[in-house]
Each structure stands twice: as structure tokens, then as C-alpha cells.
Design a protein around this ligand. Structure first.
Ligand code: HEM
Length: 209
């Protein structure tokens, strides 16, 4: 008995739901639109135009969204896409000491990041490399080793990448490509310490064995 009542209730609810959705949809049919048109003071022709404009706007919005998604997919990540407006690379010499001025602490100066001795102008990403920002440890120096190791530790932010593993060397080279496609090259660091000169920090405990 109870089961029969439940079934009846379910059927009733379903019917009510469908009836409601039909009623809600009805104004978009041509006959009803005449009625609603008269209530809004719009002629059928004006309503038709309005609906056309509306659907055109929706289509444009959809297209813009699809394009954004496609661009994101093509660039492969949340990272900025490559640029097509880079200036020809410059070959200005920088000493390690001179490069330090461009670490983002002086807002009137550009911000430079060096990778494998090549100096990139990253000023337009001051929100990333500027003072106090996430990647400021790469600014005003050559921190190739840290880039290769995917490390944000100050002690890894040195130019010596000679002892990187093959995988880390590839990571470093990928970063070099990434920067080359996005930032102007402004010069070369001329007095980096020779590769192999960076003493490794102690690995902790291994020497005691
Ligand atoms: C939880 C870990 C991490 C998260 C969530 C993260 C997130 C991000 C995001 C969102 C960006 C894009 C920034 C932008 O375009 O403004 C970015 C870029 C970058 N990340 Fe990370 N990151 C992480 C770890 C690291 C590490 C360990 C390194 C060390 C090498 C690193 C190096 C970089 C670099 C060099 C960029 C490029 C910035 C540019 O010039 O556009 N990230 N990261």
C-alpha cells in the first residue's frame, strides 16, 4: 500500500516537474512571444532582432572562450606564451658585479636574469622577478644551477651547472629556450667563475659513514 503511494507520488512529482519546465519554456515559442512582446511593448520584428543579437553575442562569447582555451592548450600551461616581437639580441658585456644592479631593488632600473651567461631583460615581469617576488632570487645574477635543479634555494642560485644530472641539464636548457622565446637578450656575463668551481654544499651525514 505504502509502496503504491510512493510510486503515485513519484509519478505526480515527475509530471509536475515536466509541466513546469514546459511552462517556463513556452514564452520562447512564436505564439507566446507575441503575447510577451505586447507586454514589453516590442513588436515581433523587434523581438526577433533582439533574439538574433542575443544569440550572436552568445556565439561570440563562446568563440572567445574556445580561443582562450585553445591558446592555453597550445602554450601547454599557465605560463605566458612565446612572443613574436622580440628585439634582435644584443651582445653588451656585463660583469657579475654590474649585473647585481639589475636585481629589482631599484625600480628605476631594468631587471635582468642571466642563464648560461646570457642576460635576459625580464623587466616586464617585475611582478614575478621584482624585489620580494617569488622568483627574485634569479634576478641580478646567473642562477643556472637553481633553474636546472628546479630549486628556489639561495645556495643553489649560482652559475655553475657543470655537475647537474642529465635530466637537470635538460631542464636548464628548456628554461633557456623558454626565456629566449619570451625575453630580449641584452648581453653576456663576461666574468662568470669557471664551470666546476662551485663547491657542493654538504649532503648531510654521508661523509660520517
Ligand atoms: C609549488 C611549486 C610551484 C608553483 C605552484 C609554481 C607556479 C608558477 C606559476 C603560476 C608560474 C607562472 C607565473 C607567471 O607567468 O607570472 C610560474 C613560472 C615560473 N616558475 Fe614556478 N612554480 C613552482 C615552483 C617553481 C620552482 C621550484 C622553480 C625553480 C626553478 C620555478 C621557476 C619558475 C620560473 C623560472 C617561472 C617563469 C616565470 C616567467 O618568466 O614567466 N617554479 N611558476
Amino acid at each position: 500500500m505504502l509502496a503504491a503511494l510512493l510510486v503515485a507520488l513519484t509519478v505526480a512529482c515527475t509530471l509536475a516537474y515536466f509541466a513546469k519546465s514546459v511552462l517556463v519554456r513556452t514564452p520562447t515559442t512564436s505564439t507566446e512571444s507575441t503575447a510577451s512582446g505586447s507586454s514589453t511593448g516590442l513588436s515581433i520584428e523587434e523581438q526577433r532582432k533582439y533574439q538574433e543579437q542575443q544569440s550572436l553575442r552568445n556565439r561570440k562569447q563562446q568563440q572567445a572562450q574556445q580561443q582562450q582555451q585553445q591558446e592555453k592548450k597550445e602554450s601547454g600551461s599557465i605560463m605566458q606564451p612565446p612572443r613574436t616581437d622580440l628585439a634582435p639580441p644584443k651582445d653588451d658585456p656585463f660583469t657579475v658585479e654590474q649585473l647585481k644592479q639589475y636585481d629589482g631593488s631599484d625600480p628605476s632600473k631594468p631587471i635582468y636574469v642571466a642563464i648560461k651567461g646570457t642576460v635576459f631583460d625580464v623587466t616586464r615581469k617585475a611582478d614575478t622577478y621584482g624585489k620580494g617576488k617569488s622568483y627574485n632570487l634569479f634576478a641580478g645574477k646567473d642562477a643556472s644551477r637553481a633553474l636546472g635543479m628546479s630549486s628556489l634555494k639561495e645556495e643553489d642560485a649560482v652559475s655553475d651547472y657543470s655537475t647537474l644530472s642529465a635530466a637537470d641539464t635538460k631542464t636548464l636548457n628548456d628554461w633557456y629556450d623558454f626565456f629566449s622565446k619570451r625575453y630580449n637578450v641584452v648581453g653576456k656575463v663576461i666574468d662568470l667563475p669557471p664551470q666546476g668551481s662551485h663547491s657542493q654544499p654538504p649532503t648531510g651525514g654521508a661523509s660520517a659513514l
